[in-house]
Design a protein. Sequence first.
Length: 188
Amino acid sequence: MAKINLLPWRENLRQQRQKTFLTSLAFAAVVAVGLVFAGNWAMNNQISGQENRNNFLRAEIRKLDRAIERIEQLEETRENLIARKNVIERLQTNRSMMVHLFNQLAQTVPEGVTLNSVRQTGDQLTIVGTSESETRVSEYMRNIEAAEWLHAPTLRIVERSEREERPGQPHRFELTARVSSPDQQQET
């Protein structure tokens, strides 16, 4: 005998498929919402971690900037100390120069020459004086050239004075010479 099913089986199958579809849809929506929350949480963790690393780097950069400023201050202090040391060394080497200079001036002035003024600017010495004759000025320049502490004499003016500042010394002269120690002279 043939079995005839009169129940609405197509209707039941449609309802069954609809339930399965809705369940799958709900499950997919829950999974999607879960994935969105998980992705959001992971991204927030990465952003937070990167911000922590950035803050750490900023703090370290500030420390290094302070260290660099301190190094620059120390270098400036070092430069100042070196400049002071050089000044002190230069003063120490030139300490006895004035004694030698006056001694050389006294030794180089020949008979018949009188010095009126001696002015020093740096290592340049300007000598103004009077002389009996021009040959005495020449002799004085040769004496300066032979001196240890005076070098390179250059005659700027030699003239006959209309009024004699000193009797018997009618020639006025002005010359320049360079002052340096014998050690400095050997170096140049």
